[in-house]
Design a protein around this ligand. Structure first.
Ligand SMILES: O=C(O)CCC(=O)C(=O)O
Ligand SMILES: [Fe+2]
Length: 273
């Protein structure tokens, strides 16, 4: 993973085209996600296209309050200090990432969220391309400095890892009432000019510093990391320092290909794949 010390300048056009969509659970009968979607109801989330290149989509109500509460309770004792991989693929504690992370056990609700993330990306993204979901928690003065979710180290994007990270969701699971800071900043994306975005992005930031998505509970940002088989530098981002309060987010990463079973985490059943 690339680690950067500072922000770049705005380089691409963000667009403010807005589309509303109700999630649908209907698919072709042979789709392996059918079993999951039959037992799981997806919320009527709304999507707003933020940028076409790179593709960045803002999602309102991606997680329900019940799902958020469930994620908090099943991971309450599971958090450990977050690690970051360097360009050689070595994972370690680093000063660029100050937070705690946890992988929620794959119960019915977690599987429902996984299936939502896959259906969002079209009907042909298999479950085997999904990394285990990752919750990340920040308290005061904690941050995750500039990075891309795609890896520069071939050892972290090998065929056994399913190649590189094709796409990312970052969903806001918790933002306490007293939170300040804690947005997600993309310095190379243009800030939107329309004030309709101001509930979701920080409209007080200077235009030339990119865009900061606010930590709004239940909402999520989705983006595509790879362009023409290469990591897209424009997806550089940072988890801004939390200056007060507490924030929990969730990463959902989809790889280009199939992850080896031992990298998919626990709780898999043979007939799911
Ligand atoms: O905390 C955030 O807003 C972003 C976190 C992030 O980018 C990550 O965990 O990869
Ligand atoms: Fe990230």
């Amino acid at each position: 993973m690339k680690i950067f010390g500072g922000a770049g300048c705005a380089a691409v056009f963000g667009i403010a085209l807005t589309i509303s969509r109700v999630a649908s659970a209907s698919q072709a009968p042979e789709n392996p996600l059918n079993d999951i979607t039959e037992t799981c109801t997806h919320p009527p989330y709304k999507i707003h296209i933020f940028s076409l290149s790179p593709l960045v989509i803002y999602i309102v109500n991606f997680l329900t309050p019940e799902e958020r509460q469930h994620l908090l309770s099943i991971t309450s004792n599971a958090f450990t200090t977050s690690q970051t991989a360097d360009e050689h693929g070595t994972s370690a504690l680093r000063s660029t990432r100050k937070s705690r992370s946890a992988t929620p056990p794959r119960d019915t609700i977690v599987r429902c969220i996984e299936s939502r993330a896959l259906l969002f990306q079209g009907l042909s993204t298999p479950l085997s391309h999904l990394e285990p979901l990752q919750l990340v928690q920040y308290t005061q003065n904690e941050t995750y400095d500039f990075h891309t979710d795609w890896f520069t180290s071939p050892s972290l994007a090998s065929p056994s890892h399913g190649g590189n990270r094709l796409s990312s969701f970052f969903a806001y699971v918790l933002a306490t009432d007293d939170i300040t800071g804690g947005g997600t900043t993309f310095p190379l994306l243009d800030a939107p000019r329309d004030e309709k975005w101001c509930g979701y992005v920080d409209c007080d930031r200077p235009w030339d510093e990119g865009v900061t998505f606010l930590p709004v509970e239940g909402n999520a940002v989705f983006w595509v990391n790879m362009v023409g088989g290469q990591g897209d530098q424009r997806t550089l981002h940072r988890g801004d320092v939390v200056t007060s309060g507490r924030k929990m987010g969730m990463n959902i990463w989809t790889r280009e290909g199939e992850l080896d079973p031992e990298l998919r985490g626990e709780g898999w059943e043979e007939d799911e794949l």
